[in-house]
Unconditional design. Structure first.
Length: 78
């Protein structure tokens, strides 16, 4: 895996996205009943700082932003 320190001199930005639980169809079909899945999601929401479970769109928008010129000053750690 390359790091900012290795690729920075080549003007390549390196960032990682680790959103935690993401509400997807696979997440919902994880072998639980709908009731159990909803209970688990509510528990995650209660323990989340934002009070919600991230959706696919939330993660996609972040990745698009990080890849854009608007995030040109954002770079990961060495």
């Amino acid at each position: 895996m390359f790091t900012k320190c290795q690729l920075g001199p080549r003007r390549v930005r390196v960032n990682a996205v680790n959103p935690g639980p993401v509400k997807t169809e696979l997440f919902r079909r994880g072998g639980m009943s709908n009731t159990d899945c909803e209970k688990m999601l509510k528990g995650i929401e209660r323990s989340s700082l934002r009070g919600k479970v991230a959706g696919v769109e939330d993660v996609a928008e972040l990745v698009i932003f990080l890849a854009s010129d608007r995030a040109s000053c954002i770079n990961g750690n060495c």
